[in-house]
Design a protein around this ligand. Structure first.
Ligand code: NDP
Length: 516
């Protein structure tokens, strides 16, 4: 079917009228397949506020394998029409979605805080990042250029064109449930692919709202499909479906590597952004106030549930006592609570599983002989008893072999590793299987730039936290963190396109001489 890029096509009108039942029943989350909203036929899963488990926000009847398969088939059927729609016309729809995200920013930020737990100011930040990414990708639709290449032969030249891949699966985690889907869906659509979006089970409300806004922006039926289902059933069905040509995954190493093995066996293209164990290195000439505040932001912001969270502080002995004293004091002043309260600085862990994992790692840290300096327990009282709150925790005298120095915890737990000098700091900082983000606090240019050269992470920061990123700048990790092309920025479309080379001979004659 050829899709005609009208502002309000009849398909869009039908789509918009079908949105209403979904909006009215906001607490029942539906799948979106081929432009239709419908409840899945698998088991029901409640969406629970992690700040107060009595508050059941909504419920999902999850999609079955069969329903996930239908989503892939719908995406496959709509591919021909979408790929032949000019890229700037595709970009206009993404630009419209960006405007709708902007208009609905506050509402979406509240939904995000309600179901994921991060503070409202963090949610607003995530929304702004998402809007920026969508705007950037919409602009890229007018820059889907190739290159023109001179030939060795007279009256010959070559050029390249970028082409879409087909059906792309976007499989996303719960910790940035708006930004990560947007930074996959927007470039995938602009490049001319059709999408099956499989969000994390824990965050269906944000996923539904994102897709509603894309539908309102005029995305044709089948081009963007939402499957609310479990990873092991619906997710597994999607990533193993032969019509899915590429999978962009963000999540844990355990799932990512399994998914990579399965999909690459059948020749599908795969991009995985996975875990982190991000270090800050603090040298003796650092601005200690800045280092402490930035480390606290990186370690405890979003309750430590960022892939770029600071989980190791590698500090030289000369200043280690002072650093530990100050970071513990800062951790003790963190205001923990419901993210909806504007005074809250740190919200809860996302669910019981994550909450228990964090507390288990705190026990492991103690058992392995690290010194617990502050935190180390569930946060209770003051309205916290019904939420998954953990006190910001600092361990000192952590050694590189301890599990809390090696494994991703995904909670507000900072390990301080003391080192004698810069060389040892580099060895310790790089002694990890992960390679996402890092930072250094120093004012010594030669050592800062040696750090930049030698640190084994995909992104690094100088005198600022390990967290953060911008829409027009590539994002991603190396080593055990990342597989495949970088997301966002100048590289955003790389994963979602194939490069075709075209040779043009305008001599009109048979070629003479060596052909190679
Ligand atoms: P998971 O790996 O548990 O889940 C990620 C997604 O994969 C979810 O949608 C999940 O569905 C789905 N999934 C699970 N099993 C399968 C399967 N067999 N087949 C297909 N899909 C499947 O990660 P989390 O959601 O717990 O997210 C936290 C992780 O994400 C952390 O490790 C964090 O570091 C990482 N992350 C990395 C980032 C980066 O840029 N490097 C950025 C943000 C997070 P379901 O929810 O239904 O299980």
């Amino acid at each position: 079917m050829q899709w005609k890029p009208a502002v309000q096509s009849s398909a869009t009108k039908i789509l918009n009228s079908k949105l209403q039942p979904n909006r009215e029943a906001m607490n029942t989350y539906r799948n979106f397949i081929n432009g239709e909203w419908f409840e899945g036929s698998s088991k029901s899963v409640n969406n629970i506020n992690p700040a107060n488990t009595d508050d059941v926000i909504g419920t999902v009847k999850q999609a079955t394998r069969e329903e996930a398969k239908r989503a892939v088939e719908a995406a496959a059927a709509s591919f021909a029409g979408w790929r032949s729609t000019p890229a700037p016309a595709r970009g206009r729809i993404v630009a419209r979605a960006a405007r709708l995200l902007e208009e609905n920013k506050e509402e979406l930020a509240k939904i995000l805080t309600h179901e994921e737990g991060k503070t409202l100011s963090e949610s607003r930040g995530e929304l702004q990042r998402s809007i920026n990414v969508a705007e950037f990708c919409a602009g890229e639709s007018r820059r889907m250029n190739g290159e023109t290449i001179q030939s060795e032969l007279p009256a010959n030249f070559a050029y390249t064109i970028k082409q879409p891949l087909g059906v792309v699966a976007c499989v996303t985690p719960w910790n940035f449930p708006v930004a990560i889907p947007i930074w996959k869906i927007a470039p995938a659509l602009v490049a001319g692919n059709t999408v099956v979006f499989k969000p994390a089970t824990l965050t269906p409300a944000t996923a539904v709202r994102i897709v509603e806004l894309f539908a309102e922006a005029g995305i044709p039926p089948g081009v963007l499909n939402l499957v609310l289902g479990s990873g092991s059933e619906a997710g597994d069905e999607i990533i193993n479906h032969p019509a899915v040509k590429a999978i962009s995954f963000t999540g844990s190493n355990e799932v990512g590597i399994r998914l990579y093995n399965d999909a690459s066996r059948r020749g599908a293209k795969v991009q995985c952004e996975m875990g982190g164990k991000n270090p800050v290195v603090v040298l003796e000439d650092a601005d200690l106030d800045l280092a402490v505040e930035s480390t606290a932001q990186g370690a405890f912001g979003s309750s430590g549930q960022r892939c770029t969270a600071t989980s190791r502080a590698v500090v030289v002995n000369d200043i280690a006592d002072e650093f530990v004293e100050r970071i513990a004091k800062r951790a003790g002043t963190m205001r923990i609570g419901d993210g909806m309260d504007p005074k809250t600085e740190m919200g809860p862990s996302v669910d019981e599983g994550q909450f228990k994992t964090v507390l288990q790692y705190i026990d492991i840290g103690r058992e392995d002989g690290a010194t617990l300096v502050c935190g180390g327990s569930r946060a209770t009282g003051n309205g916290l008893d019904k939420g998954f709150f953990v006190n910001p925790t600092v361990f000192d005298h952590v050694t590189p072999d301890m599990r809390i120095a090696r494994e991703e915890i995904f909670g507000p737990v900072l390990s301080v590793l003391r080192v004698k000098d810069f060389d040892e700091a580099m060895r310790v900082a790089n002694d990890t299987e992960f390679g996402l983000s890092s930072s250094i606090f120093s004012n010594d240019a030669p050592r800062i730039f040696r750090f930049v050269d030698e640190i084994e992470t995909g992104m690094t920061h100088i005198n600022s936290p390990t967290t953060g990123g911008e829409a027009h700048i590539p994002f991603g990790g190396i080593k055990g963190t990342g597989i495949g092309d970088r997301e966002q920025g100048s590289t955003a479309l790389d994963f979602y396109t194939e490069l075709k080379v075209v040779y043009v001979d305008y001599t009109g004659r048979k070629r003479e001489g060596n052909l190679y």
